[in-house]
Design a protein around this ligand. Structure first.
Ligand SMILES: [Fe+2]
Ligand SMILES: [Fe+2]
Length: 147
């Protein structure tokens, strides 16, 4: 199970890599600090922080893909959406059995595991497409100025 960021997760796109690393670093702070003294509220707040961060990260990737006319945009977006729905279902399930530190940590691990796989299969592919297909710079419009 991948719970730590490593160079194997690099996509080569600076903005995207920075965001991926932020997710893993935040989660690591919680996971490595151990259970002692941590409350279920703290663990739950990490889940909500990550959830919001994932949303913003997905939006940033999708905007970048649109800007560059990425041909697999829809497939990629569907994967993001499916993950978000899965997370909502998981949280609903947890709400039924009762929130706990353990369940919050399990959710974080699930989020990281999914992200690592997604980076490897999907994000690396789109980052490399963007590298190879930079938008053509617009030619400056030449203006003839009459005096
Ligand atoms: Fe990503
Ligand atoms: Fe993605």
């Amino acid at each position: 199970m991948v719970t730590k960021w490593s160079y194997k997760l690099l996509t080569g796109n600076e903005m995207i890599d920075k965001q991926h690393k932020e997710i893993f670093d935040r989660a690591a702070q919680m996971l490595n600090s151990g259970r002692s003294g941590k409350t279920k509220e703290e663990a739950a707040s990490l889940v909500s922080y990550l959830e919001g961060y994932y949303d913003r990260h997905f939006a940033a990737e999708e905007a970048l893909q649109k800007k560059h006319g990425y041909p697999d945009y829809q497939i990629h977006k569907d994967m993001h959406d499916r993950f978000s729905r899965g997370l909502t279902e998981l949280k609903l399930k947890y709400a039924v059995v009762g929130a706990s530190y353990g369940l919050a940590i399990e959710t974080v691990l699930f989020m990281l595991e999914w992200l690592a796989g997604h980076i490897d299969k999907m994000d690396k592919a789109f980052a490399s497409y963007i590298r190879d297909n930079q938008p053509v710079a617009q030619k400056p419009v030449s203006k003839s100025v009459r005096t």
